[in-house]
Design a protein around this ligand. Sequence first.
Ligand code: BMA
Length: 374
Amino acid sequence: MLNRWNTVSLYFLIMLIFLPEPSTSQVNEFPSDQEATKKTVALFRNLRALSGKQILFGHQDAMAYGVEWKDWHRNRSDVKDVCGSHPALFGWELGKLGLSERNLDSVNFKQMQDWIREVYKSGSVNTISWHMDNYVTKGTTWDTSGGNVVHTILPGGVNHELFKKDLDVFAEFLRGIGKKVPIIFRPFHEHSGNWFWWGQRYCSPAEYKALWQFTVDYLRKEKNIHHLLFAYSTDVVSSREEYLEKYPGDEYVDIIGIDDYRDVGQGGSSQKLVERLRMIVNIADEKNKIAALTETGFEGVKNPNWWTQQLLTPILQDQVASRIAWLMVWRNDSSTHHYGPYPGHACVPDFLAFAKHERIMMNDRLPSMYKFKQ
Ligand code: BMA
């Protein structure tokens, strides 16, 4: 005989059996750093939760300068001049950190720290890349001579101490910003290409992985830094095997990224971009990570309808590809070397349509990224 309590328990038992599996819910997901700060965890979960709903729009160096202006302007960006809102994500670059007061594109590092804090306060997201100079030749990041440079900076290598010093300077740079500001760090990017000294043909997969793992472990364990998410991004690759060839492991990566200029430039095929995005979204899904188009753009934006025609519409037409968390275009340096819009450019009307699209997130429509609501 079922008494009242048995009936209630039976009811709950049935509920438990038939309740849908807790979805790959973002609620309990954790970034690769088990000791990540609360805000870093929130950023990770929010980026996951937005997937399929919205895509954050990002622009490299957006607040530091634009096509017609170079000096310090408070709270300005070409993107804001054009559409009234800053981007939802800002890229920054550390090339020359520790060697000069300014980075390789003349951005003052102290000002960069201020901007990073401002971006955080405004609710947008910061991501940092590092075009590191060549440790062997002392040439630039594009100097691929000097043999296997990666080997020399690994533990036991002749330049290992120098490399550690640079990581110390980076840790100091982060401390100057403040540990409460979560940052997406994207080191040794486009390693599938051959234009940086850490590129495809200049080191083995084992060496690249060791370099990545050392970097992450050193920052976490030696420097006690727990407010970074790590972004792995290849250049265009044609297969999943190629993509994962130098993947350092799930404990070391949060963002499954790709840099793709080729498919959206002159003579490119947006369909190819979509295929590559499908690939990274699928990998991110399997690993409970975040997929992102970490760099893209058409230099000079030579198609006035580029934003919607070559970028947004093809991406949104695909249910998988459109689940990337963000897409970021490269910097606005001059009227010939720019990837974002600026006032007066022929692509402005189309950019406005892009920026106002319900699936695109600019700063003014961003939900709180640093608090996670269950
Ligand atoms: C490249 C170009 C260079 C720049 C470098 C690092 O793609 O924009 O002019 O120095 O990125 O920002």
